[in-house]
Design a protein. Sequence first.
Length: 105
Amino acid sequence: NEHINTGEQQPNLRCLICYIAEKPSRKINSYHEHASYLHSGRLFQHEIVVQEEGFSASSTSFFIGCNTDDFMTFRLELQRSTGTVTLSHSGSNSIYNHEQICATF
């Protein structure tokens, strides 16, 4: 529970990183989706985490079944008592896509 101070080194400070990949292109014939993920670490580590696939939890099918032409809404649920974090769709896309990304920290 350290306060964030950008003027000093804080090696014990970790952040919850919730990364939602861009929507997959509908202009190509084969489906490809980059990983959306949850991770605990430092914000500058995004490139390293993606290259090494070092995330705590991820999905490369997070948008399957969604109307990606529409406005997207998401839900990030934090259960402090269990340390569980869940990323999911909300709104109309949650009817067709039940994909959840869950991790315990």
